[in-house]
Design a protein around this ligand. Structure first.
Ligand SMILES: Cc1cc2nc3c(=O)[nH]c(=O)nc-3n(C[C@H](O)[C@H](O)[C@H](O)COP(=O)(O)O)c2cc1C
Length: 336
């Protein structure tokens, strides 16, 4: 899955965004090599199987998305024993990878001893990784997703070393501290320094929005594995471009079977089809579409978003998005 000499583009877990419907769609449209579920919080008790199957229904289908992309299951919590038992349960359900979240900056999560809070306790990171590693069969990789630190970016050096010592098969590093939140830039240089110190693969993450960004990230980190989140959502062709830049062949054979570039109209049409197939309400589907386009809009793309964002009917929304291909004037007229 993630191994040296086998470059990979990974779809970032994004809570509230990359649920199984989006994973199904994004891995069908874009040449991702691997993806990870949104975090599943392990607090007071070990969740029953149905919780894992609800959040990772791919477990029922060989733990891959419809296009065959493996889906790792991400756990978040601070209690080694409960995390280990949860990992055991999810491994029995067929998870191909257990990923541990040491990066979530949400205050509610941090208050309850999970996510980025643990970046202040390297011993606990090691203890958690070790407990989970020992709880699941050796063929199932255990990975860790870290930020650079809580407030000190140098913390990553000890934390990464401890994750490796605990038995992590690879780590992903989001190049920012918890305190830096999501404010640009992401700092890639420390990721490269750590990569040189560890013997496990390192996935570089943060602020890769274009192929140029990827090339700069390669330059600064020397990594061969990259995780893309918001960039993949805001530029429809960036994953294919990055995949090609990495020399992977997947970028060449567009998985959706079309040779022309992806258009908003096409991808949102697909999203509506899959959301309806999943039995989602029209309201939820509409919210998903707006959330997605908003990522592009915030980066200065999809300037027509303002013309569609107040619409309340899915089909009307789709027609207007399709109309944007005939020019913004047409859109304004339709929206009036
Ligand atoms: C809305 C949102 C939800 C996120 N949820 C998770 C999560 O569940 N687990 C996790 O490890 N990271 C989560 N992240 C962090 C991303 O995986 C990624 O590290 C971050 O967005 C930086 O990558 P990017 O610049 O490519 O978006 C989330 C980020 C966003 C924006």
């Amino acid at each position: 899955m993630i191994r040296r000499g086998n470059p990979a583009i990974v779809l970032a877990p994004m809570d509230g965004v990359t649920d199984w419907v989006m994973r199904r769609l994004l891995t069908r449209l874009m040449p991702f090599d691997y993806c990870v579920t949104e975090f599943i919080r392990i607090s007071g008790v070990v969740p029953p199987e149905h919780v894992f199957l609800r959040d990772a229904p791919e477990l029922n289908r060989g733990s891959v998305t419809e296009s065959g992309v493996p889906v790792g299951v991400q756990l978040l919590g601070g209690d080694p024993e409960r995390l280990a038992l949860s990992a055991q349960r999810v491994a029995r359900l067929g998870a191909p990878v257990i990923d541990l979240n040491f990066g979530c900056p949400a205050p509610t999560v941090n208050r309850h001893d999970g996510g980025a809070t643990l970046l202040r306790y390297p011993d606990r990171i090691e203890e958690i990784v070790r407990a989970v590693r020992q709880a699941v069969p050796a063929h199932i990789p255990v990975s860790a997703k870290l930020r650079l630190g809580w407030d000190d970016p140098r913390a990553i050096f000890l934390n990464a070393e401890r994750a490796e010592r605990g038995g992590a098969s690879w780590i992903t590093i989001h190049g920012r501290t918890k305190v830096q939140g999501y404010t640009p830039p992401a700092y890639w240089e420390p990721i490269g320094e750590i990569r040189k110190l560890l013997s496990i693969p390192v996935i570089a993450n943060g602020e890769i929005w274009s192929v140029d960004d990827l090339l700069r990230c390669i330059d600064q980190t020397g990594c061969e594995h990259f995780m893309l989140g918001r960039g993949a959502l805001s530029r429809l062709d960036v994953v294919a471009g990055c995949s090609r830049a990495l020399g992977a062949t997947r970028g060449e054979r567009m998985l959706h079977g079309m040779s022309e570039p992806l258009s908003w109209s096409f991808v949102l049409g697909e999203l509506v089809t899959l959301s309806r197939e999943a039995g989602e309400s029209e309201r939820r589907t509409l919210a998903r579409m707006k959330q997605w386009i908003n990522y592009a809009h915030r980066r200065g793309d999809a300037p027509w978003f303002s013309s569609v964002k107040r619409l309340i009917q899915v089909d009307e929304f789709l027609s207007l998005v399709a109309a944007q291909s005939v020019g913004p004037d047409a859109l304004c007229t339709l929206a009036a």
